[in-house]
Design a protein around this ligand. Structure first.
Ligand code: BGC
Length: 368
């Protein structure tokens, strides 16, 4: 695990240096390696399979709805499935999409390592695959990857902590705890790696102190990105470390983990409320942002990701090449997957109205 992460960290560093300015606007074309035997397809017609991980988390419902709506508007028939975070269910849904006549697949995987067999069948049938948000590992059936800049999500969380605590000038030390996501989700490595690239020097110098001692990826991972598991771990950390100490900051890779942390703090912690980071701008977390229980969030506009993915589908179905803007970061074990990275945006109590309400992502009523 450690070795794998070191490799990913190295990749992450390369991303930081090469693609720190990557955004939705800087596109270029790239060729695809898979699906060269595809049966004749046509842009704007045919059936597309969309496999989403779970309905339990707000964002995937939004992703699924956006994808369905935008694909239908572009003229496609859509088979949209959610798999209750169960790998076997997702595998059988993908098999059914292939046998049911889908001509291209868009997949947000539950476990990026588990789709080799069904995707080999897709490749054999000439069906191209787009990895959506999460990279599908060790399968050469993946033509493209559409996602947000995952490393940048982590660095933005780290930089928020660095700037808000003024780590270069303040005396400190500050107490910090760390929560990241599911080890089977390649994104978790990038979120954690990006944040730790910013914060590690301060941990090493003693300005940031992790009282629990839990710092390595394997120690701070949260299986299934589960709110309950994050909450239980935070309960234990508070009980053993923060009965008589202040906790200054909790780095959480996403909103489902920050929600667990915030629930635990509310129930068990008596000190000054810490800075808590997040990602996704889920309704519950945006409400906590407004109520000063979460300091920042990362907004990933799923409408933009859907739009980009639909244009990849159009290119694939029309027999052409899709627009990409990163052709070196994401190696899935079979080679680099040409990627399109959208840009994540920092949201705080100061700018949430402009970013979430003015863009009509939410209405004021949604956040009441
Ligand atoms: C996504 C995050 C999401 C997490 C849990 C990650 O792959 O990029 O936006 O919060 O999964 O569902």
């Amino acid at each position: 695990m450690k070795k794998r992460f070191q490799k990913l960290l190295a990749i992450g560093l390369a991303v930081a240096m090469t693609f720190s300015l990557a955004a939705c606007t800087s596109g270029e074309s790239s060729s695809s390696t898979a699906g060269s035997t595809a049966a004749k397809t046509e842009a704007g017609s045919g059936k597309i399979g969309v496999a989403m991980p779970t309905k339990d988390l707000q964002r995937w419902n939004q992703d699924g709805e956006n994808m369905k709506k935008q694909l239908e508007e572009a003229g496609y028939e859509v088979d949209l499935q959610y798999a209750s975070n169960d790998v076997a269910t997702q595998v059988s849904q993908i098999e059914n999409m292939i046998s049911g006549g889908c001509q291209a697949l868009v997949i947000a995987s539950i476990d990026g390592e588990s789709l080799g067999t069904p995707l080999q069948a897709a490749k054999d049938a000439g069906i191209q695959v787009i990895a959506y948000d999460r990279l599908i590992m060790n399968s050469d059936a993946v033509s493209y990857y559409a996602t947000f800049d995952n490393y940048m999500v982590g660095t933005k969380q780290g930089e928020y902590i660095k700037d808000t605590l003024d780590l270069d000038n303040a005396a400190g030390p500050f107490n910090m705890e760390i929560f990241t996501g599911d080890p089977g989700d390649n994104n978790a490595n990038f979120f954690y790696g990006g944040a730790m690239d910013v914060l590690k020097p301060y941990i090493e110098s003693g300005k940031l102190v992790v009282q629990s001692g839990q710092k390595e990826f394997a120690e701070v991972a949260t299986a299934d990105w589960s709110t309950e598991k994050a909450q239980a771990r935070m309960d234990a950390i508070i009980a053993s470390n923060y009965a008589d100490k202040n906790l200054d900051v909790v780095l959480c890779s996403n909103d489902s983990t920050s929600l667990g942390v915030e629930n635990s703090l509310e129930a068990n912690y008596n000190g000054e409320w810490p800075l808590v980071t997040g990602q996704d701008c889920d309704v519950a977390n945006t409400k906590n942002l407004i109520a000063d229980k979460q300091a920042m969030d990362i907004f990933k506009d799923t409408r933009d990701l859907a739009k980009q993915t639909v244009s990849m589908i159009d290119a694939i179905m029309g027999g052409g090449k899709a627009e990409t803007n990163d052709n070196e970061t994401y190696d899935n074990g079979t080679g680099i997957i040409p990627s399109y990275l959208c840009e994540p945006v920092v949201v705080t109590k100061d700018n949430y109205k402009e970013i979430l309400l003015d863009s009509k992502y939410y209405t004021e009523d949604d956040l009441k």
